[in-house]
Design a binder for this molecule. Structure first.
Ligand code: ASP
Length: 366
C-alpha cells in the first residue's frame, strides 16, 4: 500500500536531508510491509555491540558490549513481531572493536545461505557502532542477493535510561520487511535514518545521532516503522558485485596509516615488513602526505605494494593527480571511500592480481 507522506515524516525527511548534505530530494513513497496476509520472515543475526550491552546502572557511562543474547533482544521488542515473523541466530557476541575476519566470513556466508532460501524475506544484523560501517560495506561487496540486509546498532546499552536499541531494532525489522527495500544494497538503520553501506560514517563518539552520510545523503528515513524512500544505492553492490567469498579462507593484510605533520616513512615500511600487501594512507586534506612519506610510499608502490590515498578528513572526495602525481608514483585514489572502507575494498580486490588501472576502476565503481 502506498500512502501519502505524513506531515511529520515529510518534515523529518527534509531535516535529515539538510543535515546529511543531500542536494536533491527524490520521489518519496511511504510504504508499510504489513498489508495483511502472511508476515514476511526476517532472520536476525546478532553479533553483539552496545545494542546488546549492559551496565550496572541505567545512568552510568561505563558498560560492557555484547552481554545480551539474541533471544533477549527479540523478547525486548515484542512489537517487531507484528512486522515480521522473526527468527534469531547468534553469530558472535562481541564489541565491534573486536570485529575480525573470522566473524566476517561466518556472517557473510550465513547471510548468503539465508538470503538464498525462498522463505526468507530479509535479514537484520545487530552490531556495534564502532565498526558497523566496515561490516556493512564488506557485506555490500560479498552478499549475492537483492533481498534486504539491514544492520542496526545502538549508542546506549540495553540497560540505559532511554536506550536507543529497541526502536532502532524495530525500525530495522520494518525496513527489512518492507517490500521496496530490495535492490538498495546493504543498509544501516540507526536513529530513524537509513544509510547506504558505502556512504555512512560514524561521526560522534557518544551522540545518539552519530551516523551521517555526508557526501550522498540518506537512502530513506524511518519513523516508528514507516519508511520514506529517497534514493537507490550508490555504487555497485551485492547481486551485481564481482567479489565472491567462494573458496576464500583468509583476506590479505591491508594497513591504514594516518598522515600528520612531520611524517616520515617508517610506519609505511613497518606495515610492509609486517606483511601488508596494500597500504591505505589516511592523508591530510585531499589525501596528501609529507615529501618524506611520499618518497617511501612511491618506493613501496614500485615494489608492488598497492598504495591507496584516502583522507583523514571527515568528508569530501580524494581525487587523482591533484597535489600528488598518482600516475607517476603508481598510486590509487580512494575517491569517495574513507580510509576504513578503502581498506575493505582493497582487501577484496587483492584476492587476485590486478593492474593499477583496474584497482582505480574498482574505487570508481564500488
Ligand atoms: N564499542 C561498541 C561497539 O562497537 C560501541 C557501540 O556499539 O556503540 O560494539
Amino acid at each position: 500500500m502506498v500512502r501519502p507522506i505524513t506531515h511529520r515524516a515529510a518534515r523529518a525527511l527534509v531535516v535529515a536531508l539538510l543535515l546529511s548534505g543531500t542536494a536533491t530530494i527524490g520521489v518519496v513513497a511511504q510504504t508499510r510491509a504489513t498489508t495483511g496476509g502472511a508476515l514476511p520472515t526476517v532472520v536476525v543475526l546478532a553479533t553483539g555491540g552496545t545494542i546488546a550491552g549492559a551496565a550496572a546502572s541505567d545512568v552510568q557511562a561505563a558498560y560492557t558490549s555484547g552481554q545480551v543474547g539474541v533471544d533477549q533482544l527479540l523478547a525486548a521488542v515484542p512489537q517487531a513481531k507484528k512486522l515480521a515473523t522473526l527468527r534469531g541466530e547468534q553469530i558472535a557476541n562481541i564489541g565491534s572493536q573486536d570485529m575480525n575476519d573470522e566473524v566476517w566470513l561466518k556472517l557473510a556466508r550465513r547471510v548468503n545461505e539465508l538470503t538464498a532460501m525462498p522463505d526468507v524475506a530479509g535479514i537484520v544484523i545487530t552490531h556495534g557502532t564502532d565498526t558497523i560501517e566496515e561490516t556493512a560495506y564488506f557485506l555490500n561487496l560479498v552478499v549475492k542477493s537483492r533481498k534486504p540486509v539491514v544492520l542496526t546498532a545502538a549508542m546506549r546499552p540495553s540497560t540505559a535510561l532511554s536506550a536507543d536499541g529497541p526502536l532502532n531494532f524495530y525500525n530495522a525489522v520494518a525496513v527489512a520487511a518492507n517490500k521496496d527495500a530490495a535492490g538498495r544494497g546493504v543498509l544501516v538503520v540507526v536513529n530513524d535514518w537509513v544509510h547506504g553501506a558505502s556512504s555512512l560514517t560514524k561521526a560522534s563518539t557518544t551522540a545518539v545521532q552519530t551516523f551521517l552520510s555526508p557526501l550522498t545523503g540518506l537512502i530513506a528515513t524511518v519513523a516508528y516503522g514507516d519508511v520514506d524512500w529517497n534514493r537507490g544505492p550508490i555504487g555497485k553492490n551485492t547481486a551485481q558485485s564481482e567479489f565472491s567469498l567462494d573458496s576464500v579462507t583468509t583476506l590479505p593484510r591491508v594497513d591504514i596509516i594516518m598522515a600528520h605533520e612531520n611524517m616520515d616513512g617508517a610506519l609505511i615500511d613497518a606495515a610492509v615488513a609486517a606483511g601488508a600487501k596494500g597500504v591505505v594512507i589516511a592523508g591530510v586534506g585531499n589525501g596528501n602526505l609529507t615529501a618524506a612519506a611520499l618518497t617511501t610510499l612511491t618506493k613501496q608502490a614500485k615494489n608492488g605494494v598497492v598504495c591507496v590515498r584516502s583522507s583523514r578528513v571527515a568528508t569530501g572526495r580524494v581525487g587523482r593527480n591533484v597535489e600528488v602525481d598518482d600516475d607517476k608514483s603508481g598510486f590509487v585514489a580512494s575517491l569517495d571511500l574513507n580510509p576504513q572502507k578503502a581498506r575493505v575494498l582493497l582487501r577484496l580486490a587483492l584476492l587476485k592480481q590486478r593492474t593499477n588501472a583496474d584497482l582505480q576502476r574498482l574505487f570508481a565503481e564500488y
